[in-house]
Design a protein around this ligand. Structure first.
Ligand code: NAD
Length: 493
């Protein structure tokens, strides 16, 4: 059995606890991929000591030079793209096409970050006084604690880590415990690209052990978390008490709206990809389909026909459309919603864990669609995080907006229409961080800000230019060259 290690202070080290956990293939749960450290608070303390030294070194490295390291990271990730994608599919389950996309997002993020090292702009503005200069610049903060989920094992860690590094911070990274292998490869690449010792530290383990120790450690002033709203709420409470800077990216209940004037073939392709891609385990997955009553019945019939043709299987096999769920807890959760759904709505396809075609050995679940879902019901409002789509019928676009907005989450939304007024009303009225017109609820681009409103986030964004604000601190500088005591303008008025 291959045993993997943590990466602390530039060395691959065993956990202080001496304990390990197994990582299994969700498509064949009898297959153990390897064992990873089940670290504890002592490992986090050691990582903090290393990251403190790393920070002292890294913050003095010019930002363009830090960017150059990330360019090499992008090159190495490109060279190893296929290998990493296969590793990610084997431990996470989604199909190769999607893990290739996940790795590509990391590559794009690396190259974007590399150039951002030459653009960490501040402002220079006129002073109120004569012979006085006023400007601001952005400085690094310190040790950043990055806690990531299972569903984008490469993209999400890079969304956090690369901007944190370009801004001059050091990093302690705790990946999702279901996807430690991809995380180990990422850190291997950073080491090879020349990130100095202590600048990036990897501590594997469980959320309530390693993650919680990071959140509580007083010398980690910045925490960036992506995961469930429940975990994020608890992390927020602790960070609030310690006045930490915190970025939260959490759950979603994303809707696709289809109007009668939309391209219905396109809308059908969009909802199939949005709802059942990544087995419904994207934060932006389409979990509600809001259909105008004029097209409802026909659209549902066509959707069911297409959903039933999707091929379930091991994501490493090219013909597979839909891979397994991540683990037994996820499969049980989806199963529990079948009972909720049969009480509240009408099951029109799916609803079971398939047993045939060798699927009994993995956490597979049939693409499932419920119709007659009532706005406000549990199916319509709770995040299931599986291949389950709830169809809601509406009479007009005003009702569609109301239904879209009445959930506690607010990540992404989509509308299919050819009408310019409907399009712009959607952009303005749908209460989400991201709205797509004539495209599914998924498909973020690396150079645009990403995040949601309401209980999906806490106001920060990943990606694009905004995330660089999160990982740096504004310093304001005044230089008075008048040679006299100049009182501030407010004292002279
Ligand atoms: P999760 O909350 O179970 O775990 C996320 C990470 O937090 C893991 O690394 C886990 O070990 C760690 N963790 C768990 N308990 C912790 C604690 N008490 N203290 C510190 N860390 C802790 O989430 P998951 O099941 O891995 O991911 C699925 C969830 O993530 C879904 O709700 C999904 O919507 C959300 N998600 C959101 C986005 C977004 O950008 N909004 C992106 C991807 C996933």
């Amino acid at each position: 059995m291959m045993q993997y290690r943590n990466f602390i202070g530039g060395e691959w080290v065993e956990p202080r606890t001496g304990n390990y956990f197994e990582n299994r293939n969700p498509a064949k749960f009898a297959e153990v991929i390897g064992e990873w450290p089940r670290s504890g608070a002592e490992d986090v303390k050691e990582a903090v000591r290393a990251a403190r030294d790393g920070f002292e070194r890294w913050r003095r490295t010019p930002a363009p030079e830090r960017g150059d390291v990330l360019r090499r990271v992008g090159d190495l990730m490109s060279e190893r793209k296929e290998e990493i994608s296969r590793v990610a599919t084997r431990e996470m389950g989604k199909v190769l096409l999607e893990t290739r996309g996940d790795v590509q997002e990391g590559i794009d993020t690396a190259y974007y970050a590399a150039t951002e090292g030459r653009r960490l702009f501040g402002h220079t503005v006129p002073s109120e006084l004569r012979n006085k200069w006023a400007m601001s610049y952005r400085r690094p903060i310190g040790i950043t604690g990055l806690i990531t989920p299972f569903n984008f094992p490469m993209a999400i860690p890079t969304w956090k880590m690369f901007p944190a590094l370009v801004c001059g911070n050091s990093v302690i990274f705790k990946p999702g415990e279901d996807v430690p292998h991809t995380a180990s490869l990422l850190v291997e690449i950073l080491e090879e690209a020349g990130v100095p010792a202590g600048v990036v530290n990897l501590v594997h383990g469980l959320g309530d052990e390693v993650g919680s120790a990071m959140v509580r450690h007083p010398e980690i002033p910045v925490i960036s978390f992506t995961g469930s709203t429940e975990t994020g709420r608890e992390i927020g409470r602790i960070c609030g008490e310690q006045h930490k800077r915190l970025s939260l990216e959490m759950g979603g209940k994303n809707a696709q709206i289809v109007m009668p004037d939309g391209d219905l073939d396109l809308a059908l392709d969009g909802v199939l990809w949005g709802a059942f891609g990544t087995t419904g385990q994207r934060c932006t997955a389409t979990s509600r389909l809001i259909l105008h009553e004029d097209i409802h019945d026909d659209f549902v019939d066509r959707l069911v026909e297409r959903a039933e043709k999707l091929v379930l299987g091991d994501g490493l096999i090219e013909e597979t459309d839909v891979g397994p769920l991540i683990n037994s807890a996820a499969a049980e959760k989806v199963d529990r919603y079948m009972k909720v759904g049969s009480d509240e709505a009408t099951l029109v396809t799916g609803g079971e864990r398939p047993k045939g075609n060798g699927l009994a050995g993995g956490y597979f679940f049939q693409p499932t669609i419920f119709a007659d879902v009532k706005p406000g019901s549990r199916l319509a409002t709770e995040e299931i995080f599986g291949p389950v789509l709830s169809v809601i019928k509406v009479a007009d676009f005003d009702e569609a907006i109301r239904v879209n907005n009445e959930v506690r989450y607010g990540l992404s939304s989509a509308v299919y229409t050819r009408d310019v007024q409907t399009s712009f009303r959607a952009l303005q009225e749908l209460d989400n961080g991201i709205t797509y017109v004539n495209a599914p609820t998924i498909g973020a681009e690396a150079h645009l800000p990403f995040g949601g409103v309401k209980e999906t986030g806490n106001g920060h964004r990943e990606g694009g230019w905004e995330v660089y604000e999160f990982y740096s601190e504004t310093k304001v500088c005044y230089l008075d060259y008048s040679g006299a005591l100049q009182r501030a303008q407010i004292d002279n008025y």
